[in-house]
Each structure stands twice: as C-alpha cells, then as structure tokens.
Design a binder for this molecule. Structure first.
Ligand code: NAI
Length: 549
C-alpha cells in the first residue's frame, strides 16, 4: 500500500495505523521514528494486549465502547480481534450488547462514524453524499430507526445498528470495510424521552407523515444511484409497514434489500429446512402459525411460500399452509384492519383472540414468535403444540433476550424434550432429562453478510428472493448430522467465516445463472469468492514518493 500521509497523520488514520507493528523501514520512510515505541510487534502480539485490556472491562457495554474506540484508531486490529473469536465478539459488537449501546448512544458517543442525513437537507442529498471520503461505496446500510430491534423508535440512537450490521459484513463474510457506509436518515423521532434528552443527537421533531418520509427516501435512493452507481442499499430497522412498502417500491428498479424482511426470512427458513430434515419431512408437508404479523412475519411467510412453490405447490396452496395471529387476534377473512400484504394469510375462520384456541383449530406443526413480546409462548401454548405434534417446532425469535416468546428451558421442559427449538438470541446448551440440547440462534448474521459478499463479488444488479432461499439452503446444509440430532438448527458461530464463504459461493453461482452479475463468470465460484475476502493483516506500506524513487 502506498500513501502520501506521513508522521502523526499516519497514526491518526485508522486505515493506515499499525500502532506498534510498523517495520523499521516503514518508520524511516513514513517519518515515524520516535513517534511509536521502538519495537515491531506482530498482529497476534497486539491481539494479546487487546484481550488483556478487554478482560479488565467489567461489562459487555464497556467492552463494546473499548472495541469501537479500537476501530477509531486501528481498523485492522479491530477486525483481527472480531475475526479471532466470532462466537465471543459478535454478541459484543452486535446483539445483545448493541441494544443497550443504542439505548445509550447519545451518552456514550465519542466520534462520528458513517453519515447522518437529516430531512432538513432535502433538495441537497446528492451533495451531502459527495462529502463521504470513499468514492466507490458498494453498500449503504440505512435506517430511520423507526423500530430498532424489539426496542421501538430510537431516533438517532438507532445509528448503532447500521454501524454494527456493516461490521458484521466484514467479520462474518470478509466484505472489505472501505466499501461500507452506515447511514441514519434523520426524519425525527416520536420517542418523548429522547426528544427531552439534552444529549440526544437527532433532529428534535416528531416524525413526518408517510408521504413526506417516502419522498425524502426517494431522493436518497435516487442520489445513491448517481453518486455511488455500484451501491446496494440495505434497509434496516424501519417500522414493519415502511419496511415492506419501501422494499416493494424499489426492489425491481434498484439493487436493494431489507434485512428485517428478507434476511430474517432467510435465516428462519434455514431453521425450518433443518427442522423438516430432523422430522424427515419437507417444508410443504408442514403447517405454520405466526405470532406477530409485522415485517419479519410477512417477509418470512412470503419467502417460505416461494420455497414451498419450488417444492411443487402452487402459490395459493402454499399460502393456505401459513396462518398469522397479531395483537388483534387471528388474521381471518372478516378482519377489516389488515394491510394488503397481510391478506394472503387471512383465511376463512371465525374471529378469535385466543392463541391457544387458534392452535387447536389451525393445528400448526410450527409456531413462529415474531411479536416483540416476551413470554407469549406460555406453558399452555407449548403443551398444546406438544399434544398435537410428535415433534413441535417452536421458534421464539423476538429479541432482545427478555422479549423471547419462551426460553429453551421452558420449551424443552413443557414439551418434555420433544420440541425442536430455536431463538432469535443465543442461549447456552441445556441439559434436560439426561439429554443435552443445543438451542440454535436464528440470527440474520448467517445470511445478510453472505448475500452481501455474493453481491459484492458479482456486482449483482438486483437482490432477489431466490438468492435468500439459496442462502437458506446453503446455511442449512452446513449443520453436521450429529449436531442436528442434538436439535441444533444452525451452524456453529465459531466457524462463521467459512460457513458464509461457502454460502456466498452458492448465492454467487445463482447470480451468474440468473444473468444478474455485472462481472465475467469465473470457472471456480468458491475460489472467486475467496479472492474477494478481506484479511485482517497489515500490508507493507511505503510513501508515494518512496515508491516512485
Ligand atoms: P413489527 O413491529 O413489524 O411487528 C410486530 C407484530 O407483532 C405486529 O403484527 C403486532 O401486531 C404483533 N404483536 C404485538 N404484540 C403482540 C401480542 N401481544 N400478541 C400477538 N401479536 C402481537 O416487528 P417485526 O419487524 O416484525 O419484528 C418482530 C420481532 O422479531 C422483533 O422482536 C424482532 O426483534 C424480531 N426479529 C428477529 C429476528 C431474528 O431472530 N433473526 C430478525 C428480525 C426481527
């Protein structure tokens, strides 16, 4: 790597800074002699020091703050740390710690990261985007923070989410960080607590009407096409209705996806594929009842139906196997409060607000909790599922942890060990009745980084549902049969980079088959993906002048 920077400017640039790892030659040519200790450490020795310092931090939030600070100073060492032990570090830089970090975002804020685009900048969005220092941006992860995790409207505090999501692109699938831009579209907040917090970092206004918001988003999406023509836009943590509507608005025109809708769907589908494998059935043999009918539920139901259509059902047959129950009861054909995208899942049925009663009459083989409300899969719910199913599938996906519809302990105990269970958060292994169960985490981070790596390498012009179905199948296929027997529906997190490279290669193959790639087809897709993978290693540096000398 060559740079025109010299001396202290090198140390202040997190992309150039090697801290204590500069070689003697680099110290000489970059003017660093005397500005750093007179040693040349390896990345692994530096990692040892990071681990030592992390061990002294009392809480995960403190460890999060420490790691973000490390990123502000030394990008390579930050990613080396994350990638050295993903199972340990992903819960710190992402869920569940990120929830707490977002709640306190304005209070723990140190330094700007990503872009803040306020609705007051309407008419000049293109100019604002041009302020970003990188010219070849390939992914913008954008939120208006309408619904952060299961925590609701967090306004500018939600900026922690796009920052964290894009770190996962790199840590989980090796997408190089210089191509990634986290963005907060600031259209105000209805969160009274933040509106009155002097340290709140967003516009102090309540949210605008939907039309006004969408015209702002239209300008943003159009400006991205002009300023960053190879960029894919990842929508994250908008409210359910906005998520579904905005995806429909742009998905056939531009390279966009919504992780809450499609990524969630992909990872839950992977779990359903493996649950069917354990039972010796197919997706299209099962019946599904959702608790919650928001963006996560609709995205999953639509993708599940597409996967059942791939298995041979027609669309109405597939939709008839899926039912939903929301805050107002079972979705059925007499309901007048349903949104267009919910109607395919409202079947003929008497109105009911009794979830257990709905289970008795719909007779699902699988219940899926995406309600945001903890404890809603009660003992009666699990016992009823166990009475009508030999192996009830119980997916309690709401997060953070205390929002899970039930815990693994409850699911295994109440079903007497019969349940096939996964959650939206990580729970430890559980011992029940002499058996060890491995509750899987239906975490989107198995899917969206791999999809993004495939899009990055192939320069795909669109992100399709078929790509998410292929990613789901690829993730499901990577759980070894001995772990499936212990009820684990997802691959181990410790090996996540390898899992995602293999997943990205399968998705990339589909991109080439579908004619959506904007680069030539390679002979070996797996090797092609591996060529694009970022490695958290320092590269030899020289000044521009030194290079030309
Ligand atoms: P949303 O706000 O769009 O939808 C929530 C739905 O739950 C609505 O249909 C609402 O009517 C229903 N609901 C609320 N209270 C209820 C109750 N007491 N009983 C029955 N239904 C109730 O939210 P979204 O985006 O669909 O997310 C839902 C949950 O899924 C969140 O907690 C989120 O954390 C979780 N999620 C999990 C993921 C994963 O595990 N991979 C990924 C994305 C979301």
């Amino acid at each position: 790597m060559t740079t025109t920077a010299r001396g202290i400017a090198v140390l202040q640039d997190p992309k150039l800074n090697k801290s204590t790892a500069f070689t003697e030659a680099e110290k000489q040519t970059l003017g660093l002699v005397g500005l750093v200790p007179d040693v040349t450490e390896t990345e692994d020795l530096q990692l040892q020091r990071v681990n030592l310092q992390l061990a002294q931090k009392p809480t995960d939030l403190e460890r999060y703050i420490y790691l973000i600070n490390l990123l502000d100073h030394n990008e390579t060492l930050f990613y080396r740390t994350l990638m050295s032990d993903p199972a340990r570090f992903l819960p710190i830089v992402y869920d569940p710690t990120i929830g707490e970090a977002c709640l306190k975002f304005g209070h723990i804020y140190r330094q700007a990261r990503g872009m803040y685009l306020s609705i007051a900048r309407r008419g000049t969005v293109k100019d604002v985007l041009k302020n970003w220092p990188e010219k070849d941006v390939r992914f913008i992860c954008v939120t208006d923070a309408g619904r952060i995790l299961g925590l609701g409207d967090l306004g500018a505090n939600g900026m922690g989410i796009p920052i964290g999501k894009l770190q996962l692109y790199t840590a989980c699938a090796g997408v190089p960080p210089q191509y990634l831009l986290p963005m907060y579209l600031d259209a105000g907040t209805n969160n009274e607590q933040y509106l009155h917090d002097p340290l709140y970092l967003g516009t102090r206004k309540t949210r605008p009407a939907t039309d006004e918001l969408y015209s702002f988003v239209d300008e943003f999406v159009q400006a991205v096409q002009e300023v960053f023509p190879k960029c894919c836009i990842h929508f994250e943590d908008w409210t359910g209705a906005d998520a579904v509507h905005l995806l429909a608005r742009y998905r056939d025109k531009y390279c966009v996806y919504n992780d809450d809708v499609q990524g969630t769907a992909g990872i839950v589908l992977a779990g359903m594929i493996n649950a069917a494998k354990i039972k010796g059935t197919k997706l299209s043999d099962e019946r599904y009842l959702f608790l919650g009918a928001g963006s996560a539920a609709i995205g999953l139901a639509d993708l599940l139906c597409s996967a059942m259509v791939q298995e041979g059902l027609n669309l109405p047959q597939a939709q008839s196997r899926v039912s939903m129950f929301d805050i107002n009861g079972l979705l059925e054909d007499s309901r007048t409060d349903l949104l267009d995208f919910q109607k395919p899942y409202a079947h003929k049925h008497a109105p009911t607000r009794d979830f257990v009663g709905a289970i008795e009459s719909v007779k699902p083989t699988t219940i899926i909790g995406v309600s945001t409300v903890g404890g809603t899969f009660t003992q009666k719910v699990v016992e009823t599922m166990s009475r009508i199913n030999e192996r009830p599938v119980v997916l309690a996906l709401s997060n953070p942890t205390d929002h899970a519809e039930c815990t693994p302990e409850q699911a295994y105990t109440w079903s007497k060990g019969k349940a096939i269970y996964a959650a939206g958060v990580q729970f430890p292994p559980l011992h029940y009745n002499g058996q060890t169960f491995l509750p899987g985490q239906a975490n989107n981070f198995y899917i969206f980084p791999a999809i993004s790596m495939a899009v990055f390498a192939t320069q795909a012009s669109r992100v399709t549902d078929e790509m998410f179905i292929e990613a789901a199948r690829a993730v499901a296929d990577q759980v070894p049969s001995e772990l499936l027997k212990q009820g684990l529906l997802y691959p181990l997190q410790s090996n996540i980079l390898e899992t995602e490279i293999k997943t990205a290669a399968r998705v990339a193959k589909l991109v080439f088959d579908s004619g959506l790639a904007r680069v030539a087809r390679p002979t070996d897709t797996d090797a092609f993906i591996r060529q694009h993978v970022y490695k958290p290693e320092y590269t030899a540096m020289a000044t521009k002048a030194a290079k030309h000398a």
